[in-house]
Design a protein around this ligand. Structure first.
Ligand SMILES: CC(C)(COP(=O)(O)OP(=O)(O)OC[C@H]1O[C@@H](n2cnc3c(N)ncnc32)[C@H](O)[C@@H]1OP(=O)(O)O)[C@@H](O)C(=O)NCCC(=O)NCCS
Length: 198
């Protein structure tokens, strides 16, 4: 059985930089893709037998990533107690296994454990993740809005979504139990500090 281990870090390492660039275009050359939000963030990481396979950035407000990306026009809750979930990425060799789902369930459980009131995010309107995220208890807020997504500077449409941390604990436990079984059938044993406690 392979071990899929979820952990949390404040560091942004060169390995994380490579993974981020594999999912989102980075700046040209050797310039880092780290932005002003990385120093305020916690990164949820998934390692498969020690290899970094996926991560999600959790940025407790202030500052608000999404107010910045939507030029101050985000309809999402904002301020202390809100956490922005962003820059979710899974290495292309490991997609389709459920690693993003593992990361998001751990991220949501972590936000609840921090006494946060809300988690907020944006997804592309056609994102294949939309149905899964709804099952975790998020609600879609407003119509898709035009914003940007550094380092992609052209405006793109994003659907704002939000979770109230009081609303999802039972939902994520149910999803976790199903996912744990599915991953075990694929030969993966998952552990993490919040949702996937051994
Ligand atoms: C989007 C991304 C994070 C998904 O990671 P993943 O580990 O492969 O996703 P999972 O295996 O956990 O699947 C999550 C859900 O999305 C669906 N899904 C993911 N990628 C899909 C695709 N290309 N086509 C269709 N469905 C897809 C899965 O079927 C699953 O839904 P289900 O419960 O209905 O089966 C990954 O493809 C990626 O890194 N893309 C580039 C960066 C990006 O676009 N990030 C989005 C941040 S909002």
């Amino acid at each position: 059985m392979k071990q899929l281990l979820v952990s949390f870090t404040r560091e942004f390492t060169p390995e994380m930089e490579r993974l981020r660039r594999s999912g989102f275009h980075g700046p040209a050359g050797l310039e880092s893709s780290a932005d002003e939000f990385d120093v305020h963030s916690v990164h949820v990481m998934a390692e498969l037998n020690g290899v970094l396979t996926g991560m999600v950035r959790m940025t407790p407000e202030p500052p608000s990533v999404l107010q910045s990306w939507f030029h101050g026009k985000s309809p999402l809750p904002t301020g202390a107690g809100v956490v922005d979930a962003n820059r979710g990425v899974v290495h292309e060799n490991f997609r389709g296994l459920g690693i993003y789902k593992v990361l998001m369930l751990e991220a949501l459980a972590w936000a609840k454990a921090q006494n946060s009131t809300h988690v907020v995010a944006v997804i592309e309107p056609t994102s294949p993740l939309r149905e899964f995220l709804k099952r975790t208890g998020c609600v879609e807020i407003g119509n898709p809005l035009s914003g940007w997504h550094p380092p992609v500077v052209e405006e793109t449409l994003g659907q704002c979504i939000a979770w109230r941390t009081g609303d999802y604990p039972q939902k994520i436990i149910t999803l976790r139990d199903t996912l744990k079984g599915e991953l075990e059938r694929k030969g993966l044993n998952v552990s993490g500090p919040h949702c996937f406690k051994p």
